[in-house]
Design a protein around this ligand. Sequence first.
Ligand code: ZN
Length: 480
Amino acid sequence: MPTRASDLVTLGLRIRHYRGERGLTLDQLGEKVGLAGSQLSLIENGRREPKLSILQDVATVLGVPIADLLNGEAPNRRAALEIELTRAQKNPLYGALGLPEVKVTKGMPVAALESLIGLHRELARRASEAIATPEEARRANTELRELMREQNNYMPDIEQLAEDRVRASGHVSGALTHREVSVMAEQLGFSLIYVNDLPNSTRSVTDLVNHRIYLPPASIPGGHGLRSMALQAMGHRLLGHERPASYAEFLWQRLQINYFAAACLMPPAASVAFLARAKSERELSVEDFRDAFGVTHEAAALRLTNLATSHLDMPLHFLRVTGDGALQKGYENDGLPLPVDVTGSIEGQFVCKQWSARSAFTHTNRTTEFYQYTDTPAGTFWSATQTGAADGGEFSISVGVPFVHAKWFRGRETVQRAVSRCPDESCCRRPASDLAAHWAGHAWPSARLHAHVLSPLPSGTFPGVDDTEVYEFLEAHAAP
Ligand SMILES: [Zn+2]
């Protein structure tokens, strides 16, 4: 027997449909089954659940098997429209608008039904579009980072999935090739197609009917972008993703497909073997890991955060910082005091000027990693930073560990040392007192608008302007 309200609506419409075909009025059918016409009307409108005995009588009178009445499908197109409108009006989304429920009647023109249903569908689409406010985005992002920190940025299920798929492709060692990625797609029943006209807002599009994954024609020379994008598209399928219902779910799916792609490009068994060997030789380096697997420095650094704690027994941190010092991505499970805003979010916060993530920009030789020991209120950390440039400007990628673990890394012998007292504002967020005394009130900077939407503005005398930078600039350029 149907119990859900929507099933009762369908049942009612099926009864009405067959009654109409037999040319019976409500009262005529009611009389034959021992019900008042008004009660039968309630059943046909889905407002009352009929007893099974009544239903059997109705089926007998109408000359249809009872299973036909209980069939969950609408008896015809018009009935389908009526069911959809009735259901849509019972949706809490519509209820929240405080608008009246339109009574769905036999006399209602099909065009009216279609128009109302069209509006209801659009309402549902917009509500589920996951239009996140920056606040929601930040909160979701922070929750996800905390979740991953608890599990040491490690997802064993996805590691195993990647290992299995990579093995099945015939891959043996070294960098995963484009050919092997194609084989992985074929084994999944998809073909990879490279096109010039992908929609601007997409990185790949998967045709679920014809089983094709469309990708852009070329990738960054020497990069792993195209393989990664194809693997990410496959990740959605292999991980059984559905259309995300919220921004948080969207982020979670993104994290999972990125993880899957990275775990394919740097397969777990081979990566752990490579890193464990480097550790035993005290030659751990992101550079070597990157070159061994043919990926970007950032991808190798992030991959190290997946494996280091679970397989090499060391906590660590990862930072991607822009040329102006803002943190774009960060991860730590080693206690490095990352800058956070009141909501606990780190993105867009400025890291300490003493950290290698920023001091590396001031060094002229940037072809290799820059190594530094930094004393912080949470202890001494060793870090390796590689700088680079992209469309958005300069950036640095840092991986670091607490002092006791520096011994496993190449670059441990560096004499570069710095002291960071952040989050104490006197460390690097407030101008030196002599400079402030000299320049306060005599400087008039014009702020550059910050492009990064999640970025907070540095707080200075002028909104969006770092006083220290202004004063130091003026001091350096002032006449001697
Ligand atoms: Zn500082």
